[in-house]
Design a protein around this ligand. Structure first.
Ligand SMILES: [Mn+2]
Length: 426
């Protein structure tokens, strides 16, 4: 299924006047504060968030999975679904592939297919957290950290194969997330496991093409419940430093213990030039993988505040891998992804309209009250008309979710693919 430009413009038409009124209001309010609205619109238009190939299907828990229907059955259909999102919101122009769930059979054909929908290939993800049917050795007791060198070699070779696949598609980064760890005290020698992980990663690092990066993701627990080898940003940062200039830390918002100050982690990683990218989601308790901004929108905004703050001090191009890493247990996956992208862009724009010069002055003079006023004034500004304007200028929908429902996209997908189609993934 593809959405024509004309169809989206027809849906926009009745809402254009209302939109223009709200856009003019916020533009004049911002210009009084010396904020350049056209510049913000351009930044929004350029901002693209990758959709992972495993997020197009229905998610579930270990207790069950309830179908929405019309799930993409092939890699082509997954890319087609991302094309739908991109046509609606103008900000989903990238896919992040998971290998081996989504190995392209014909690389050239997939590349042409994606280019046709204006979709690029973002970071590729390896998988050594589960055994594949044709796999010789098991990852039950770890992969890159395994005590058996043959298992480590198998995991290293897999990662190098993922780089090869990604390179053929035009990706420029490999994301490594390991489930390696232990479930019981005494099970694993922390030091040896960390050292083996480093040595394995160093072999993968050596196989990176010159213009590639490796992003090292951390997670405190799950599926290992006592310890994880790369458990926090300190462990990842340490590995990234030891590996070299092409290695970076990847922050998944759900991979922190409760109440961790993620924005501070982001600030320090940026300052050290080691922030590689983000996996966006939201959580109440742990790695809940809920819609970005659905539980703690203020935290999301504070993270973007640090990102924008960091941009002011970076001389090199701001080049991070942005991806949604969420699971949709109740919602239509496509609607959920539209909501996540919207929340991320809102947090981004709200942090762009912070009066940063004034904030720095308040910080330097220890004006605690005004510092809070400045950031909360930005957070409490309704920036939705700016997002809608950026979409309108790229021929996307003023209101993506409403357009998705008016077109009845899900019904068409179910008609095309059936109720019981199932995506590859967990
Ligand atoms: Mn992740």
């Amino acid at each position: 299924m593809r959405l024509s430009n004309d169809l989206i413009q027809d849906i926009n038409r009745p809402d254009i006047n209302d939109h223009k009124n709200s856009f003019d209001q916020i533009s004049s309010k911002l210009s009084k504060k010396g904020i350049d609205t056209p510049d913000i619109i351009e930044k929004l238009k350029a901002f693209q968030i990758a959709i992972p190939s495993w997020a197009l299907g229905q998610g579930g828990t270990r207790f069950g999975r309830f179908l929405t229907g019309g799930e993409p059955r092939t890699l082509e259909e997954k890319i087609e679904d991302i094309g739908l999102l991109h046509a609606l919101n103008g900000s989903s122009g990238a896919v992040s592939l998971h290998i081996p769930w989504d190995i392209p059979e014909n690389v050239d054909a997939i590349k042409t297919f994606a280019t046709d929908l204006s979709i690029k290939f973002d970071a590729v993800n390896s998988n050594t957290f589960q055994d594949q049917p044709d796999q010789k050795l098991s990852y039950k007791y770890g992969s890159l950290s395994h005590t058996d060198p043959n298992v480590r070699k198998q995991a290293i070779d897999h990662n190098i194969e993922v780089i090869r696949q990604g390179d053929a598609l035009g990706s420029k980064a490999l994301t490594v997330w390991l489930a390696d760890g232990s479930c019981f005290p005494g099970q694993q020698n922390f030091k040896k496991a960390f050292q083996r992980t480093y040595e394995s990663l160093a072999e993968i690092y050596d196989a990176l093409p010159a213009d590639w990066k490796v992003l090292v993701e951390y997670k405190p627990f799950e599926p290992s419940f006592y310890s994880t080898v790369i458990n926090d940003w300190g462990a990842s940062f340490n590995l990234a430093n030891k590996l070299g200039d092409k290695a970076f830390t990847l922050v998944d918002l759900g991979h922190h213990l409760p109440n961790a100050n993620i924005e501070q982690i982001v600030a320090l990683l940026l300052f050290e030039g080691k922030l590689g990218g983000f996996h966006f989601n939201d959580s109440k308790y742990a790695d809940d993988d809920l819609t970005a901004g659905s539980i703690k929108p203020y935290q999301l905004f504070l993270i973007f505040n640090e990102l924008v703050e960091g941009m002011h001090h970076m001389d090199k191009k701001f080049d991070l891998a942005w991806m949604i890493d969420a699971s949709h247990n109740l919602k239509d996956p496509l609607e959920d992804l539209l909501q996540s992208v919207e929340a991320i862009k809102m947090a981004y724009v709200q942090s762009l309209i912070i009066d940063r010069k004034k904030l720095w002055e308040c910080q330097e003079s220890n004006d605690v009250v005004m510092a809070q006023e400045i950031i909360q004034d930005a957070f409490r500004t309704d920036v939705r008309p700016l997002l809608a304007e950026a979409r309108l200028q790229t021929n996307a929908a003023i209101d993506p979710i409403s357009a998705f429902r008016k077109i009845d996209v899900r019904k068409s997908l179910i008609r095309e693919r059936g109720m019981k189609s199932v995506s590859s993934g967990l």
